[in-house]
Design a protein around this ligand. Structure first.
Ligand SMILES: [Zn+2]
Length: 192
């Protein structure tokens, strides 16, 4: 039952970083989006981290959580292996918030949640699954989702296939990036 109240705790718990070479977020910050491929190769059951990257900014990116608490659980991550907000440059601060805003819009559009947890866990006692590489979680929430899971015991609602989540979310992030370039995205600021 504990997990119902600790949505971040299980994120990448088996990939806890021992430093940059092993850091899942450092690995995902390199290279481009390779997945799904253009020749129609099916999504693998255990796709590589890059497969889950939804959009890349200049100094940060958005990635699906491989072990989602709910469908549409995404994370905004700086490219640089940096442990906390104190060590973020002005550029990184700005882009983390910019992409967090995009993620809020995308998750809302794709999943119509009733609410979203937006959070950063710094350090192991706080529930960070990957230590020393800051990341912002966005977890869509629905009215009664914890109650429902309580009712059925310790069984979690099976999340949507990750490949399906990528297909849903990636086009929205791409569109938002385009709308940002044309100034369209700025127009909704303050109106929602
Ligand atoms: Zn890292």
């Amino acid at each position: 039952m504990e997990r119902l109240w600790a949505p971040w705790r299980h994120a990448y718990v088996t990939s806890a970083s021992g430093g940059p070479p092993d850091c899942i977020f450092c690995q995902s910050s390199e290279g481009g989006v390779r997945f799904p491929s253009e020749n129609g190769v099916r999504l693998q059951p255990d796709p590589s981290p890059d497969a889950l990257v939804l959009v890349r900014g200049r100094v940060a990116y958005v990635i699906l959580n491989k072990y989602p608490y709910n469908n549409g659980h995404v994370m905004v991550v700086p490219n640089r292996h940096a442990p906390n907000l104190a060590s973020m440059s002005a550029d990184e601060q700005a882009e983390l918030m910019r992409l967090t805003r995009h993620a809020e819009i995308a998750v809302t559009e794709a999943y119509a949640p009733h609410g979203i947890n937006v959070g950063i866990n710094l350090g192991r006692p706080a529930g960070a699954g990957v230590l020393d590489h800051l990341h912002v979680h966005l977890v869509p929430r629905w009215n009664g989702d914890t109650n429902f899971m309580t009712a059925i015991g310790n069984t979690r609602v099976l999340p949507e296939d990750l490949g399906e989540s990528v297909k849903r979310l990636r086009p929205i992030f791409e569109r938002l990036a385009n709308e940002e370039e044309t100034g369209e995205l700025a127009k909704i600021a303050g109106k929602i």
